[in-house]
Design a protein around this ligand. Sequence first.
Ligand SMILES: Cc1cc2nc3c(=O)[nH]c(=O)nc-3n(C[C@H](O)[C@H](O)[C@H](O)COP(=O)(O)O)c2cc1C
Length: 207
Amino acid sequence: MFSILALALLPTAASFGLSPATFGVRAPTTALSAKVGLFYSTTTGNTETCGNHIAEAISGAGLSADELTDIADGDDFGSYDSIIAGAPTWHTGADSERSGTSWDSWLYDELPNLDLKGKKVAIFGCGDQQGYGDNYCDAAGELYDQFKAAGCEIVGMTSTEGYLHADSKAEVGGKFVGMMFDEDNQDDMSEERAKTWVAQLKGEGIF
Ligand SMILES: Cc1cc2nc3c(=O)[nH]c(=O)nc-3n(C[C@H](O)[C@H](O)[C@H](O)COP(=O)(O)O)c2cc1C
């Protein structure tokens, strides 16, 4: 009984003006988070599906990005610290403007007029590695070339292991320029690929 009373009456350190720092304990610091834009375009919906997997992986990991936005509706790119950008590829026989979507005019007409120098950019692509094995995800390679030419830092390069394509403009130095998805042949792998990639992007400081 006596000891319980004594404990209850013990003065707290604070009442003597002692702070946690006095005891060498640091108050937790709040890490600043980057403003991340998440953009896509699509013709039949597959790149949007993969974009949604990425958005879910981001929130599932306790991270944050602006909501998935069609590049046709995107603006104010200068306000982002980092950009995640995804495009499909449609074979047209041409060398460039192969997404067949709003990316084509944005990449070549708008991006060169924007100051995105130094921003981190992570690229994802959506294609068909079996049906179009000589041109798998070529448009993702165009995103790489154009963002790089604009002075952006490309992050999130991945291994080409596990893919069956013969050739791709999205391959640079033996690696993919980002995460490549294939909703035609490997849709069961998309969710896991998104999760793995988001963890990689976190490690590369995009958030
Ligand atoms: C006519 C046609 C051309 C295509 N050309 C390519 C191509 O060159 N490279 C590629 O990787 N995929 C190609 N694809 C596959 C699409 O990129 C793939 O289905 C993708 O998931 C479509 O994405 P989206 O639904 O977001 O538009 C082509 C598909 C069709 C129907």
